[in-house]
Design a protein around this ligand. Structure first.
Ligand code: GRF
Length: 216
């Protein structure tokens, strides 16, 4: 099938640097994960750690929606989950201060935004300079912000994908660490395309965390 080979070919179009990535640190990276929803990316990180693929430990999950499924996943993996509801905070800075306080309380070194659906402020960025990464469902710099998958379909691009990048103040604009390409098929809906993008997200996010250890 043409489509199958296209999918396999484009899915392997990731930065060649990644093949050389090693876990260089003896001590496990202490991760804080932030998630707003389903938490499938949280789960693959926990799985990769359990399988010894990345030398890290998850100190805490922070979630901001009481109904986020990520919280149940954390419980399953024995990870402490802290609900910080942005609706209880006067402004974004106050909310980010609470996040920083919690991350510091749990002795976090690196922060992973795995489906975190809130804009961040300088308060969070300054507390963890070059130590916050985000996963985004497009090949940045295309289709920043919300509904990236829908944006790709509307633009009628033939290839989209996902990116892991350092978080900066401007949304989805920090240094790109790793990307994976995914073809857009003629009959794709946002659901079918997002499902294939997520398969790639689950590959590259653990790889990106390995790269972080080289930045320690
Ligand atoms: C992912 O597609 C990620 O790129 C985006 O939000 C989604 C989170 O998925 N930022 P999950 O909650 O990890 O399943």
């Amino acid at each position: 099938m043409i489509h199958d080979s296209l999918i396999n070919t484009t899915a392997s179009l990731i930065s060649p640097d990644i093949y050389n990535c090693q876990v260089s640190s003896d001590k496990p990276l202490k991760l804080g994960i932030m998630a707003s929803g389903n938490g499938s990316n949280f789960e693959v990180i926990a799985q990769a750690i359990a399988e010894g693929k990345i030398n890290a430990q998850i100190q805490v999950l922070i979630y901001n929606n009481p109904e986020a499924k990520a919280a149940a996943r954390a419980e399953k993996w024995g990870v402490e989950a802290v609900l910080l509801n942005h609706r209880d905070c006067k402004n974004r800075e106050k909310f980010d201060s609470k996040i920083v306080q919690t991350l510091q309380q749990y002795d976090v070194e690196f922060v992973i935004m795995a489906g975190w659906m809130r804009l961040v402020t300088q308060v969070l960025i300054d507390a963890f300079p070059n130590r916050i990464i985000n996963i985004h469902p497009s090949l940045l710099p295309s289709f920043k912000g919300v509904q990236a998958v829908e944006q790709a379909i509307a633009a009628k691009v033939k290839i989209t994908g996902c990116s892991v990048h350092l978080v900066s103040l401007e949304v989805d604009s920090g240094e790109i660490l790793i990307q994976s390409a995914v073809p857009v098929l003629a009959n794709d809906t946002s659901e079918t395309l997002h499902a294939r993008i997520q398969v790639q997200e689950h590959r590259i996010l653990p790889m990106a965390i390995s790269l972080l250890s080289q930045r320690k």
